[in-house]
Design a protein around this ligand. Sequence first.
Ligand code: UD1
Length: 344
Amino acid sequence: MEKTRILVTGGTGYIGSHTVVELQNAGYEVIIIDNLSNSNINVLDGIEAITGKRPVFVEGDVCNIDTLKSIFEQYPGIKGIINFAASKAVGESIEKPSLYYRNNLVSLLNLLDLMPVYGVKGIVFSSSCTVYGEPDVNPVTEQTPIKSATSPYGNTKQISEEIITDVIKSGAPVKSVILRYFNPVGAHPSALIGELPNGVPQNLVPYLTQTAIGIREVLSVFGDDYDTPDGSCIRDFINVVDLAKAHVIAMDRMLTDRSEDSVEIFNLGTGNGVSVLELIQSFERSTGVKVNYKISPRRPGDIVKVWADPSHANNVLGWKAQETLDDTMLSAWKWQLQLRERGL
Ligand code: UD1
């Protein structure tokens, strides 16, 4: 039987690469477009080593509509899109807002415009729990009110959700599943793919593993005087492979017309709030490696606590986070060790 073709934008990135693996394992044929602005072409080797198949790769920018048209023409019959291609650094977005609005919104508009032209049925969109801002109540459901965004990055996620909803409401013959990720962490258990931060990591787990291996001297814990049990911030850390699997389910659902609405929104988290200090303890417990950390001042703009109520995804998608936090931390560590082998 012919395999269903899926276009994965940003498919060599962190979440994208893990999703390509799960799509290929599920029998989909994947075409990746990525401009390699925050990823490396060698990721394709990792995907091939895990799945036994090298995805088609096009180096290009989703903001370039002609590049997209040529992909749809060269690879006819693409039925679904998963759109990971976006800029995601909160701090950088405050310094370069127009770059963020252009990269994240023009790319989405291009895809939505071309989908009906080329008969693409559905798009899975990567959103974020950032849309909830600092919630009044935890855990957050999909009905928790959206708060006004505190960064251009966060705003692009809110606006993207509105663009998708408005375009589909206007009658465009496409469907969408919007996935609101909590904090994706860890790596594939094979340690053949993982997160590859550019320069000094801004996110907690890559900074932690780089400190543990000696690339960074000390991990700063940003604040221990918050209104939480141990004073550090609380997040919902979700294993990246678990997260990737949800995309395959979402795609199956759209392509087999099981969606209840043309636009569906799901939180993807574990349902457990874990503090920054607890995460460090989990890393130390699972790896046996001590982390050199110090308490530092609060980081401006940080959310104090947010974690998911994932019951909508659990019940409707039949998806549930499986991996333990300890195993996830171990996978992040194995990946960091693997990077050292490669001299990175
Ligand atoms: C942020 C964004 C999120 C985005 C994600 C990916 C907000 C509110 N959140 O998540 O939307 O998808 O980045 O880039 O905009 N921490 C330390 N030391 C460090 C690094 C982090 O203590 O060196 C702490 C932070 O203060 C925070 C927690 O770890 O409490 C998680 O931080 P991080 O990994 O940067 O993710 P978020 O800020 O939750």
